[in-house]
Design a protein around this ligand. Structure first.
Ligand SMILES: [Zn+2]
Ligand SMILES: [Zn+2]
Ligand SMILES: [Zn+2]
Length: 464
């Protein structure tokens, strides 16, 4: 939604968008729009969901009436767009999240759309209940597992129904007598599981650091997972959401066309190089029209004044000669000129002009270029950056040559470990606790010990 507009955009993952007048918040209208985009699913039961951003676990709320539509709009008052999820009984991507919610209460006769959904739910069940299971039988039509602790009575048995796809839990002994804990990790917290649970978080929070995700998993599932595993899980989630990293280069040209179509006047330059007879991506440059136009409309360089010693010899109210560091400068106020030329170039009175303005007690604002006004500041940001649709809606180009990902070359030599210290950063020197000398530690000290009362004196006079 663009501010001051009554149209909002509904995005389907990164796939489909609906523009709607949201003043009416008519649920049936939205429902029809969704149906239009999923014609093959129209005979199936499907539900529209949105993330409840105030709920602690960011759970889904169902959008099924004008009232819930209004609730969602109020909740996302500030956002430019609202992501809604469509769940059908064949849509694994979103029904997983629903299935997961149920799975922590796995019961006899719980049904799963297929064996994959069942196994994902089993993993999730084990992690949320902090135990591991041992698979005794796993065929295309049945699954039997027991708790990893042999003395523990927990058992599950699930099998295929007559339709040859649906899996149903047939037997379940829910009670555990073992000590359950995820503190030492959980073998069911696989990369795929991590990917599936972090996907929603990545969708709602954007880029979350791996360390943050680790803490979040620890807090939510009480499971301790090594950093590199969370890293790979996050990578997998990104691949599932946005496609593979290598594939993203294939659409560079289409991205450029689409961006320029939506932001006329923008400059997009893609640079490639030929390595081993393959066209490889090298770099690209983007200058959005909104930025360059805004720069021209509202920006001028800025200077600030520093303390200086100036002597003003006024000839009249408009004209003066200013002495500064042994040189003479001529200032003409109404022409906004100084012979140093700084005023003409930068638009702010130079030190000489400033000295003259202060001398005659005039107002500063009068002599400052209009480029420094709030209006010009607003003008600089007045141009809009158009939003990009999902990749499947970009115009399709018959690309002549395939773009490959860039080739990374390892620089020669061992990678440096020490940070490059900036020139103005003072070096902190360590002081020895034993002798009080600088530049070494107590452990490696070869000097005789000095009593602590003398320490200050010895270190400053450097007798050792
Ligand atoms: Zn157990
Ligand atoms: Zn000047
Ligand atoms: Zn020492």
């Amino acid at each position: 939604m663009v501010k001051n507009s009554n149209r909002r955009k509904y995005c389907f993952g990164s796939q489909k968008c609906i523009y709607m007048d949201t003043c009416s918040f008519d649920f049936n209208e939205l429902n029809e729009e969704v149906l239009k985009r999923y014609p093959s699913h129209s005979d199936q039961v499907f539900s529209i969901l949105f993330v409840d951003k105030y709920a602690q676990d960011q759970s889904f709320s169902e959008l099924n009436s004008d009232e819930s539509f209004k609730v969602m709009l109020d909740m996302y008052e500030q956002e430019k767009e609202i992501t809604i999820y469509v769940a059908t009984n064949k849509n694994l991507g979103t029904s997983n999240t629903q299935q997961r919610k149920k799975s922590s209460r796995m019961k006899i006769q719980t049904r799963f759309p297929n064996v994959i959904a069942f196994r994902i739910a089993m993993n999730h069940h084990a992690i949320t209940n902090e135990f591991s299971y041992h698979i005794e039988k796993s065929d295309f039509d049945r699954f039997t597992a027991r708790c990893e602790h042999e003395e523990c009575p927990w058992r599950i048995h699930a099998s295929l129904l007559e339709d040859k796809v649906t899996f149903e839990v047939r037997k379940l002994v829910e009670k555990h007598t073992c000590t359950r804990s995820n503190m030492g990790g959980n073998k069911h917290a696989t990369q795929a599981w991590i990917a599936s649970v972090v996907t929603d978080k990545l969708k709602s929070d954007g880029n979350v650091a791996v360390g943050e995700l680790r803490k979040w998993l620890m807090k939510k599932y009480n499971v301790n997972i090594p950093y590199h595993k969370v890293f790979r899980g996050k990578e997998q989630a990104y691949s599932e959401m946005y496609g593979k990293w290598e594939d993203s280069f294939l659409q560079m040209d289409e991205f450029k066309e689409e961006l320029q179509k939506r932001n006329p006047g923008s400059v997009v330059d893609i640079d490639s190089e030929i390595i081993n007879e393959k066209k490889c991506f090298k770099r690209f440059f983007i200058s959005l029209a909104a930025c360059s136009k805004g720069f021209l409309a509202g920006c001028r360089p800025y200077i600030s004044l520093d303390a200086c010693h100036l002597k003003v010899c006024r000839s009249n109210d408009n004209h003066a000669e200013v002495k500064y560091k042994g040189k003479r400068w001529e200032v003409i106020l109404d022409e906004r000129k100084c012979s140093c030329r700084v005023w003409q170039v930068k638009g702010l009175p130079c030190v000489h002009a400033a000295a003259f303005i202060a001398f005659i007690r005039e107002s500063w604002e009068k002599y400052v270029d209009p480029y420094f006004t709030i209006q010009k500041f607003k003008d600089a940001y007045a141009f809009e950056v158009a939003t990009m649709p999902g990749r499947d809606q970009w115009m399709h180009l018959e690309t002549v040559e395939m773009m490959h990902p860039p080739v990374f070359k390892r620089p020669a030599g061992r990678p440096r470990k020490n940070r490059i210290v900036p020139a103005d950063e003072s070096k902190k020197r360590r002081k020895c606790k034993k002798c009080g000398g600088l530049g070494h530690l107590q452990k490696t000290c070869k000097n005789p010990p000095v009593e602590s009362s003398n320490l200050g004196e010895t270190s400053t006079t450097k007798r050792f």
